[in-house]
Design a protein around this ligand. Structure first.
Ligand code: GLA
Length: 517
């Protein structure tokens, strides 16, 4: 325990009068830095959409040394680099332990039993407010609810080819609102995306408000009328998606569906939603990974009970080998990885690591290596072509994550490439395989429904490189003569027993080969 240091020198002449003096003087309030911060704190900051962002701090102080955890969006994040010195408190949490750059830095002043606190993620606005003491009981997650016995939820018959659409998170995060969703729906039509097959307009995290007296979820101030919004999106010939968590809180700390699964499914159906992304987040505070199947089954059953066709998207970052049971809980797609970021390192690490899972994808049930970052500005167009080509070869959901209102012609050329989309949407959903990997060159092959073969020649190097494939490697015993380059939109020379091309740095040559298998 940190012992109190009484502030202020005492002059020796007062010593004689000390007893009387101390009795007559009110006790000094604890001075800066004199408090022991050990215990639970709750920090609620208004977000501006009618909701509060709630952070729980569980601190342990020993002198100037501070340890403990920050509970944010249901995640327990250990604090590091922590100190308390003369009333100033400082600590850091890493959002993802392996990525130094995603840090939240907290600084505060301890004042009269409270901490006046500010947190900052580099490049984002500062959060500021006052943390108050709370009890362990008040800070604890709600009590555990029983889980259902396992059974197989019947297939809902939806998304026989990988779902295509848009999702708000990658570009807009907590800035998504009603007006943006409407404008994106408009742009989905006017840009030609709808005609190319993009259908779902999906609202991700941060739409939620509080529950009403009956426990029904209401949207926050950014979304005045969910039913009217769904009607608007439907009026454009599109479908609309929503987001929740099986935990008490979503990853951004908004209200989750814990204990309200059936009620929420009914609400989404009544509003007219066609798609639910269901994100593990704070369910981790209550359940273990090996209970995920039962947790996801609960919502799978609830969606089925609504009798509305609702695509069910599981998001638990590929834990617990979800590809083996995702379809059994009624899942139409399941995330297989951590969150993608708009950079080459993240996208390529995800994309090239997914081929072993390809055999688990099949009509109605898809691996989801996360949403597209094409057009968001963190990669060049060769890298975005690699992104689109990998996702198409993997039969991954094509959920654009950019601002469809302001797409450049090059971004459109990538997202709207119908020949590449056709590979993604091939009705046979046969798995793609890596047939050659040499240094930074990777050759991927996927058989298609019409008897042709998709071949991707990838160059992960940061210099242009020649990459080649023999027709035998591509599983073709002979060539009947047609090789089409799907990014150049032209036929290329198919003579000889192999095809070679100089592939740009981080780029791809994607071919459709018509030969004999
Ligand atoms: C998680 C998911 C993301 C996104 C955010 C929203 O990180 O993996 O795709 O939905 O939550 O908070």
């Amino acid at each position: 325990m940190y012992s109190s240091v009484v502030a202020g020198p005492r002059r020796s002449i007062l010593v004689a009068l000390s007893l009387l003096g101390l009795l007559l003087t009110p006790a000094p309030s604890p001075a800066l830095g004199s408090q022991d911060l050990t215990g639970f704190w709750v920090w609620r900051v208004p977000r501006g959409d009618g909701t509060y962002r709630e952070t729980v701090l569980n601190l342990k102080q020993a002198g100037e040394h501070l340890t403990g955890k920050v509970v944010l969006g249901g995640r327990n994040l250990p604090i590091t680099d922590a100190t308390v010195k003369q009333g100033h408190v400082h600590f850091v949490v890493s959002l993802r332990p392996r990525e130094e750059e995603r840090r939240i830095v907290y600084d505060g002043e301890v004042e009269g039993g409270r901490i006046s606190l500010a947190s900052e993620v580099p490049g984002r606005p500062v959060w500021q407010g006052t943390a108050e003491r709370t009890t362990a009981a008040a800070a604890a997650p709600p009590p555990r609810l029983p889980l259902p016995a396992l059974h197989d939820v019947p297939d809902n018959g939806l998304v026989r080819t990988p779902p295509m659409g848009w999702n708000s998170w990658n570009k807009f995060a907590d800035k998504v609102d009603d007006a943006t969703v409407r404008a994106i729906a408009d742009a989905m039509v006017s840009s030609g995306m709808k005609d190319a097959g993009y259908v779902y307009v999906n609202i991700d995290d941060t739409w939620q408000g509080s529950r009403d007296a009956q426990g029904r979820i209401t949207p926050n101030h950014k979304f005045p009328d969910m039913k009217a919004l769904a009607d608007y999106v439907h009026s454009k010939g599109l479908k609309i998606g929503i987001y929740s968590s099986p935990g008490p809180r979503t990853c951004a700390g908004y209200e989750g569906s814990y204990g309200h699964e059936e009620q929420d499914a009914m609400t989404y159906a009544a509003w007219g939603f066609d798609y639910l992304k269901y994100d593990w987040c704070s369910a981790a505070q209550i359940y273990k990974d090996d209970e995920m199947r039962a947790v996801y089954q609960k919502m799978g059953d609830a969606l089925r009970k609504t009798a509305r066709p609702i695509v069910y998207s599981l998001c638990q970052y590929g834990r617990a080998e979800v590809w083996k049971w995702g379809s059994k809980v009624g899942g139409n797609l399941w995330r297989t990885t951590d969150d993608i970021e708009d950079n080459w390192k993240s996208m390529s690490a995800i994309g090239f690591s997914q081929f072993a899972l390809a055999p688990f994808a099949r009509p109605g049930h898809w691996n989801d290596p996360d949403m597209l970052e094409i057009g968001n500005g963190g990669m060049n167009n060769d890298e975005y072509r690699t992104h689109m080509s990998l996702w198409a070869l993997l039969a991954a959901p094509l959920l654009a994550g950019n601002d469809l209102r302001t797409m450049s012609e090059e971004t459109k050329g990538i997202l709207l490439n119908r020949e590449v989309i056709a590979i993604d949407q091939d009705p046979d959903a046969k798995p793609a395989r890596i047939v050659a990997e040499e240094g930074e060159s990777v050759v991927v092959v996927r058989p298609l429904h019409d008897g042709s073969t998709a071949v991707g020649l990838f160059n992960r190097n940061d210099q242009p490189k020649q990459v080649s494939v023999s027709w035998a490697q591509a599983g073709l015993s002979g060539m009947k003569g047609r090789v089409r380059d799907l990014w150049k939109h032209e036929e290329v020379d198919a003579s000889g027993d192999r095809y070679s091309a100089v592939v740009p740095a981080h780029g791809v040559v994607l071919l459709k080969v018509t030969g004999q298998r």
